[in-house]
Design a protein around this ligand. Structure first.
Ligand code: AMP
Ligand code: MG
Length: 408
């Protein structure tokens, strides 16, 4: 196994040569799924004022030291309004949820704790005097200014893949546009004379191209903009023509599948060497040992294996971190520890085994999804995660614990 390169060394070599794309500004409506390019601090306190969290009465807590006190209602504050005058001792102001607490008031008493009956009628005017059934404590039912976040507070970190709640947060502090990494263009090339496009009839000896859409989907999921080209035939000129077409797309990254093994029709390495530079590695990984990595017209090029499971596993292991580095995206992969439900043989390479997870007797148990053939994409469909058998291990026994990388 001396000729096999460890996954971490291969990855380190790849990442060394990858820089970050430039940032651009987008409106909030376009921001979900994009990668935040710079730390975001709040330009304001949120909420921007002390807010009532109840429909009721704003009072001075000192006035309601005991239950049964009657106060004069001197004002009506609805959401979006403020009261200019100071609430005096003996006074209360009717107030709605979300309205600014009037100056002088320091507690809100819900209407249900008074003898006032608003009758559930929207717009109904309340009585001019109200009796309170309860005592008031300072700050009761008040959301203080800055309770959510304060001005200058870090709310989102650079590298965050923006979720709806992140974009909502930016909106809540008044930001309309965000600085995000440009979506890298990643060209996807499939090669092989046996590949037919889904939807077309299948002649004898042909199979459908599954890698093309799958890789495009992964790239999209990882923050890139996939550009899928027509399938390259298994000829030197054919592969060369498609690679030239790929470069014309002005991509940030290039991904091909198949044609990197030792078969008579595997032209990817040869054409890559001709048009650019090639590093070919046999990684210490299963599935997906052969990986052609290099540069085509200066653009990072990943020649992934053709078998669909190998293509997806190597994409997860090497393409994903490279794409994340391009956009500055922070690693958000999730691994959990699971108990192995059955013996798992391995061959000493680092193996990514497709497993299903189940909760049994308070433990997370991992079981194989069936055949682990690198051609059996259904094993990936059934899988909740990839169980990692470390390098140098020939067998994991039922009951052992192992790391499982969760799939989305
Ligand atoms: P190769 O690397 O060209 O020797 O291909 C390895 C295996 O993957 C062969 O069985 C191919 O038929 C299969 N394969 C290659 N490309 C694709 C693809 N785009 N979709 C599905 N299977 C593929
Ligand atoms: Mg082939």
């Amino acid at each position: 196994m001396a000729d096999l390169m460890s996954v971490s060394e291969a990855l380190a070599r790849i990442l060394e040569g990858i820089g970050q794309v430039e940032a651009e500004e987008v409106g909030l409506a376009q921001a979900v799924g994009r990668i935040l390019a710079a730390d975001l601090t709040s330009p304001m306190d949120s909420p921007p004022f002390d807010t009532s969290s109840m429909d009721g009465y704003a009072v001075r807590a000192a006035d309601l030291a005991e239950a049964g006190i009657r106060l004069r209602v001197v004002a009506d504050v609805t959401a979006g309004q403020t009261l200019e005058t100071l609430l005096q001792p003996g006074e209360a102001a009717r107030i709605m949820t979300g309205a600014a607490v009037p100056p002088g008031a320091d507690a809100i008493i819900p209407v249900e704790q008074t003898d006032a009956d608003w009758g559930g009628v929207p717009g109904a005017v309340g009585p001019s005097e109200v009796t309170f059934r309860t005592v008031a404590k300072l700050n009761d039912n008040i959301r203080p200014r800055g309770e959510n976040v304060t001005q200058g507070q870090l709310v989102l970190s650079a590298g965050t893949r923006l979720r709806p709640q992140d974009v909502g947060m930016a909106a809540s502090v008044g930001l309309a546009r965000l600085s995000v990494s440009r979506r890298p263009r990643v060209v996807v090339v499939s090669s092989g004379d046996e590949l037919a496009a889904p939807g077309q009839p299948l002649s004898p000896g042909m199979i459908y191209n599954s890698n093309g859409v799958m890789l495009a989907g992964l790239i999209e999921q990882w923050g890139g903009e996939p550009v899928v080209l027509p399938t390259a035939p298994d000829t030197h000129e054919g592969v060369r023509a498609v690679f030239e077409q790929a470069l014309a797309q002005k991509p940030d990254m290039l991904v091909s599948s198949a044609g990197v093994s030792v078969g008579a029709a595997d032209y990817v390495k040869a054409v890559l060497a001709e048009l650019g530079q090639v590093d070919f590695w046999k990684m210490n990984i299963r599935p997906g040992k052969p990986l052609a990595y290099g540069r085509l017209g200066g653009v990072p090029f990943f020649g992934l294996p053709g078998n669909p499971v190998s293509a997806m596993v190597t994409a997860i292991v090497v393409l994903r971190p490279a794409l994340f580095k391009l956009t500055g995206q922070a690693d958000d992969s999730h691994t959990i520890r699971a108990v192995i439900g059955e013996d798992i043989p391995s061959d000493g390479r680092r193996s990514y085994v497709r497993v299903r997870l189940a909760q049994e007797n308070g433990q997370t148990v991992a079981r194989l999804t069936g055949t682990q053939s690198s051609g059996a994409l259904f094993s990936m469909v059934l899988a909740d995660g990839l169980l990692i058998v470390p390098e140098g291990i020939k067998r994991l026994a039922a009951g052992d614990a192992a790391e499982v990388l969760l799939l989305r």
